[in-house]
Design a protein around this ligand. Structure first.
Ligand SMILES: Nc1ncnc2c1ncn2[C@@H]1O[C@H](COP(=O)(O)OP(=O)(O)OP(=O)(O)O)[C@@H](O)[C@H]1O
Length: 346
């Protein structure tokens, strides 16, 4: 099933369009308030847009003069909260999906047993939701969503409410079951995007600001959000023959990436926080890129410390933090070699 999505919700300032190919998983990324949940709600039929249309394999679910009710769409939504019916057993919860699409009781229970097996939860069939852990309940919710044989699966931060210890197992399960399914997932987690999504669509302020294959967007982001999401530094400006000139005049030398920058046009310079050295004073006579910054935040990162300075970040050792006396408010210099900086057309 492929989907074509155009969503306009004027009251929320949302106007986005993107496609999902047959069997593809698309991740919607973006800061709070970007319009991700609004888009998902329109896809699931929970919110009526002012304009636009949603087509599933050419069939119009939402459009001018057309509105298919949520239960008739054959879309399934998996939210942060598993939302299981507390008075039904696990098996009955999962059987609810096929029942609601017209299966008989016996067939629905057989299908439920099958899907519980698929999510490694067969042994939970007789329990009530109150007797499940958060991870188990979310597994059952995945089975319930799949048992309805949805044409389009919608996932709204499915791992967000789970313990960090349980999330990897559910992510692995989703990776397996989403492989050939047409899916849209909203996530704030870079691992979800990397491991589950074929493509990402980045929203900001109710608009699509960037989209493409997951690996491309995360390794060569063109929007500030995608760069932060991928844990990369990004400096936007105008391309020069040597690099990128920021609006404040600072020139960052780098090497051209793909798509190559066009002299005089918008471009972005991208580099890893681990490629950035922090100096107390600007190094004299250095051919390296020198960025004067003020530290805003220190964050532990394994055995390193991520030093944030506004939009930029450098990863340094604990010893350097102590030596340089780094703390929020400290004025320091970020230094990065031109060979570590890639420049892309925006
Ligand atoms: N129920 C609502 N009624 C009116 N406006 C809303 C409602 N829900 C969200 N909005 C507004 O719509 C815009 C898009 O919000 P939306 O919840 O879709 O963003 P989001 O990307 O999902 O954010 P988050 O990551 O915080 O969940 C925001 O300006 C938000 O304030």
């Amino acid at each position: 099933m492929s989907a074509q999505v155009e969503v306009v919700v004027a009251e929320r300032g949302v106007d986005v369009a993107f496609d999902v190919a047959d069997g593809e998983t698309v991740a919607l990324l973006g800061p709070n308030g970007a319009g991700k949940s609004t888009t998902l709600a329109v896809l699931g039929g929970l919110l009526r847009p002012d304009a636009g249309r949603v087509l599933l394999d050419g069939e119009e679910l939402t459009g001018p003069g057309r509105w298919v009710a949520p239960h008739a769409r054959r879309t399934a939504l998996l939210a942060q909260d598993p939302l299981l019916f507390p008075h039904l057993s696990v098996l009955e919860n999962v059987a609810f999906g096929p029942r609601s699409t017209g299966s008989g009781r016996r067939a629905a229970r057989t299908a439920a047993g099958h899907w519980l097996g698929e999510v490694d939860a067969a042994e939970l069939a007789g329990r009530r939701p109150a007797q499940l852990s958060g991870g188990q309940a979310q597994r059952v919710a995945v089975a319930r969503a799949l048992a309805a044989e949805p044409r389009l699966l919608l996932l709204d931060e499915p791992m967000a409410a789970l313990d960090v210890a349980v999330a990897p197992a559910l992510r692995a399960l989703l990776r397996r079951v989403l492989a050939d399914r047409t899916t849209v997932i909203v996530t704030h987690h870079v691992l979800d995007a990397l491991l589950l999504a074929d493509r990402v669509v980045v929203l900001d302020g109710g608009r699509v600001v960037e989209q493409g294959a997951t690996a491309d967007v995360l390794s060569r982001p063109r929007s500030g959000f995608a760069a932060r999401f991928a844990g990369l530094n990004l400096v936007a400006g105008t391309a020069t023959p040597d690099g990128v000139r920021r609006p404040d005049g600072l020139l960052l030398h780098g090497t051209p990436g793909d798509p190559p920058p066009v002299d005089g046009a918008d471009a972005v310079a991208v580099f890893r926080p681990s490629a950035v050295a922090v100096h107390a004073q600007p190094p004299g006579g250095s051919p390296r890129n020198v960025l004067p910054v003020v530290v805003t935040e220190l964050e532990p990162l394994g055995d390193l410390v991520r030093v944030r300075a506004g939009e930029l970040a450098a990863d340094v050792t604990m010893a350097s933090v102590a030596e340089l006396g780094l703390a929020p408010g400290a004025a320091v210099t970020f230094v990065v070699k031109a060979t570590e900086v890639e420049v892309y057309a925006r």
